[in-house]
Design a protein around this ligand. Sequence first.
Ligand code: GDP
Length: 195
Amino acid sequence: MFAGQTDFLKGVVAMSGLPPSDRLEVCFAGRSNVGKSSLINALTGRKGLARASNTPGRTQEINFFTVGEEHYLVDLPGYGYANAPVAVVEKWQKLLKQYLSGRQNLRRAFVLIDSRHGIKKVDEEILSLLDSAAVTFQVVMTKADKVKAADREAILKQVREKLAKHPAAFPEIIVTSSEKGDGIPTLRAIISTLI
Ligand code: GDP
């Protein structure tokens, strides 16, 4: 459903700019540098698709991609920038809260977590937001090629334990490497069943 069918539609900075909710969509969230652009590019088979929208100045936008005529992939702005001004963070949180609580056609949020680091405090904020908005979310571990199998298991255990405290969490975790392609077909298949 993705190959050759995904295009950048628009970047949105306010609720008034959202495209109509007449198509099913899934969204992707994650700390900046977690590998979100790489994952979206790997999923869609279009190198540079997400990066094109990830240029400075566009990073606070919610980016919409069309998949064929019937679906949207939604790239939420990366969070956790080290020196982001308070005003920027607050604006981002407000927009995100509004988007997550009002989007009827949103089927699932994929929250990206670095395989080396597990769930950090900054990630907990978005997980709580998803709980409050009652948006089912599923964790996608990124950059799996960067960790040894034993370390990966330890991190996964930590992630499972933390997820158990979140009512909106979908229990299955997807382990991916955009670099090697691991987990990408699995994630694509899951998305295909949702939208
Ligand atoms: P974003 O800020 O979340 O969009 O992150 P990017 O997709 O731009 O990735 C951040 C950095 O991590 C870049 O240098 C990528 O090349 C690297 N990266 C992303 N995914 C992977 C992966 O699966 N494996 C490895 N080894 N590096 C990755």
